[in-house]
Design a protein around this ligand. Sequence first.
Ligand code: GRF
Length: 191
Amino acid sequence: MQLAILISGRGSNMLAVADAVKSGEIDATICLVLSNKENALGIEEAARRGLPTQVLTKDKSIGRAEYDKQLLDAVTSAKPDLIVLAGFIYILDKELVDAYSGKMINIHPSLLPKYPGLHTHRKVIANGDKQHGLTIHYVTSELDSGPIIMQRAIDVLAEDDEHTLAARLLPYEHSCLVETVAGIANGEVCS
Ligand code: GRF
C-alpha cells in the first residue's frame, strides 16, 4: 500500500506512522509527505528521515481553484492507495475528496460529532466535559464528518487545562492512527 500523509505542523502523527512503517507494523510504503506550510517541523523531520517530501504552499498570487488543482496534481502524481490527513489544516476541494472517496482518512482530536474544527481541547475544558477523545474517520466533503473508523475516549482530569489534555491525548492519537492504517493495509479495515 502506497501512503500519502498530509500535514501542516509538528507532524507527530505522521512520524508515528513513519515509525510503524519502518518497523513493519504497517505494511506500506510512504510515497509522499506533503505540507502546506513552509516551516512545518514535521516536513523537516520527514526529509531528514529520507521520506519523499513536498511543500506546497498557497501563495497570495494564486486563487483557491489553482491551488486545489496543484494539490490534486501533487497527490495523484504520488499514486497513493491511502491518504492520511494528519493535522492538515486546509479545507479540501470536493474534487480531491471525491477522487479519493473511501481512500482518505483524517484524525481529529475530539469525540466527533462533538467539536468539529479547531481548538477542541479548549472547548472540552470550557464546557466542563468529563470525557475527551479522538476520532479517525473517512473524509467526506463536510468538515470533520464522514464515516467513523475508530474512536478513543479519555477522562478529563480535574487538574487538566487544554495543554495537559492535548498532551495526554496525543499518545492515543498515535497508537490509534497506527492501528487504523495497519488495519487498512492488511485489509482488516475496508477502504
Ligand atoms: C493532532 O491533534 C491531530 O489530531 C489534529 O492535529 C494535530 C496534529 O498534530 N488533526 P501533529 O502535527 O500530528 O503532531
